[in-house]
Design a protein around this ligand. Structure first.
Ligand SMILES: NC(=O)c1ccc[n+]([C@@H]2O[C@H](COP(=O)([O-])OP(=O)(O)OC[C@H]3O[C@@H](n4cnc5c(N)ncnc54)[C@H](O)[C@@H]3O)[C@@H](O)[C@H]2O)c1
Length: 423
């Protein structure tokens, strides 16, 4: 077994299952030709969400098919292929199934119109940039990076997507959920006056983890167990709580200016993450407000048997709201709508077909950076400003030492992750 965590990609690719079949290279369709013809999708990261998003996209439009798959593990490609081709929903040919760290590059040489990115977020900036350079529309799962260096790379690729007229939709699906859209439109039209404060939570029990199996080296174990490793997930404050800060950014129409956070680890038996975070998010009242006079309470926790809550709330000068179907000054709104996981693909497909690009890259990058700031502040005990974070050279990488039980228990991993910059 490979005991060093820092396995080069080339080494890993050699030990991983071989590519299912040779690469097929096709030209992709140019923009403006997509009004009626069937659209083709490729998935990078064929786990739970990648597979689910493939079904959601095909449910969004019968004239849309998943035709290509890429993953570092052959078993994930095969599982996804079986699920998506069940009952003849689509055909995914051998030559369109790719395995390894370079699988995404091979998928981008096929004639897919849009790509679903659903790997752990560490890989997102690299994959997103490659998609945009290849001229593909993108559905990107959240979060979109784990550190400021990745955020800048993602934002730059988002701007390039604008220049190329490509559409980008993010898996922060509340922005495609009727309850949120109706409510937040009314709040932004003044239904509760000026917003003066907010709260948002992702408090739940333990998420899944995967014990190491015989034959897995350090890299394979961490990737299969990625929701427990900061360099891969960003910590759960980034991986999950980004949904909630995205709503706050949306309703306020701006990003945070400063974060003061705390957090701790109590019950985890694997990985190097915290179990809980609490933060004070400072948002500016207007462009002149450098202090951030609007305060938003943020909490996220993954511990069983505690009070759970996943929600967002704002208080204004004339009332308050849960951002999703209720406003104190109006009451309950009629917000029945499409499943947002399907709606987000409907919106992306409509934009591609009409050649009227939509691009959510900057919004989701700003929400992701908000939560990276919470992690940076909690890990260091320091206040972190937006200006510091957006310029930070923090660039998480896989650990370079043995992932033994002793090293994990001794907290060496945590020391490694926290060393660079201010995190
Ligand atoms: N929007 C939502 O509600 C929602 C829900 C669940 C997950 N997600 C997000 O979706 C993403 C995937 O989560 P998941 O639950 O499907 O995890 P998962 O572990 O089930 O799937 C991830 C897949 O990516 C593959 N992978 C890892 N590194 C890769 C690489 N370099 N190249 C190609 N493939 C690679 C893994 O082998 C695995 O098959 C995460 O960003 C997660 O936060 C979003």
């Amino acid at each position: 077994m490979q005991r060093k965590a820092h396995v080069s990609r080339r080494d890993f690719v050699k030990t991983a299952a071989a590519t299912v079949a040779a690469t097929g290279a096709f030209p992709y369709f140019a923009r403006g030709q997509a009004a009626d013809r069937p659209l083709k999708i490729g998935i990078v990261g064929c786990g739970g969400r990648g597979t689910g998003a493939g079904h959601d996209a095909m449910n969004a439009d019968p004239n849309v098919k998943v035709v290509a798959l890429a993953d570092v593990f052959k078993d994930r490609v095969e599982g996804c292929r079986k699920s998506l081709t069940d009952k003849g929903r689509t055909e995914i040919k051998n030559e369109n199934c790719f395995v390894g760290f370079d699988a995404y590059q091979k998928l981008l040489q096929t004639d897919v119109d849009y790509v679903i990115l659903a790997t752990p977020p560490y890989y997102r900036p690299e994959h997103f940039e490659a998609c945009v350079k290849a001229g593909k529309h993108v559905f990107t799962e959240k979060p979109v990076a784990v550190d400021p260096v990745g955020i800048r790379r993602f934002m730059a690729a988002g701007k390039l997507a604008d220049e190329k007229g490509l559409s980008v939709v993010a898996g922060t699906q509340r922005r495609h959920q009727k309850g949120y859209i109706e409510t937040i439109n009314r709040i932004r039209d003044g239904a509760i006056g000026d917003i003066v404060a907010g709260r948002c939570y992702w408090n739940m029990g333990q998420l899944w983890y995967r014990p190491r199996q015989n034959g897995w080296d350090d890299m394979e174990w961490m990737i299969r167990d990625w929701v427990n490793w900061t360099w891969l997930s960003g910590d759960h404050v980034v991986e999950q709580h980004v949904h909630n800060t995205d709503v706050i950014n949306w309703v306020l129409g701006r990003h945070v200016t400063k974060v003061v956070a705390m957090g701790a680890r109590h019950r985890r038996v694997t990985g190097d993450q915290y179990d809980m975070f609490a933060a004070d998010l400072y948002y500016p009242v207007d462009e002149k407000d450098k202090d951030g006079k609007i305060h938003v309470l943020s909490m996220c926790r993954q511990i069983n048997g505690c009070a759970n809550d996943v929600s967002e709330h704002v208080t204004g000068t004339k009332g308050f709201s849960n951002c999703n179907g209720w406003i104190s000054t109006i009451g309950v709104l009629d917000v029945k709508g499409e499943n947002p996981y399907v709606q987000e693909h409907k919106d992306l497909i409509a934009a591609i077909r009409a050649d009227k690009p939509i691009n959510e890259a900057q919004n989701v990058a700003e929400s992701t950076l908000t939560n990276i700031m919470i992690r940076m502040s909690a890990y260091t005990g320091q206040a972190v400003t937006w200006d510091e974070a957006i310029k930070s050279d923090l660039d998480l990488e896989p650990p370079e030492f043995e992932l033994s039980e002793e090293n994990i228990k001794a907290g060496i991993l945590k020391a490694h992750i926290r060393k660079p910059g201010r995190a």
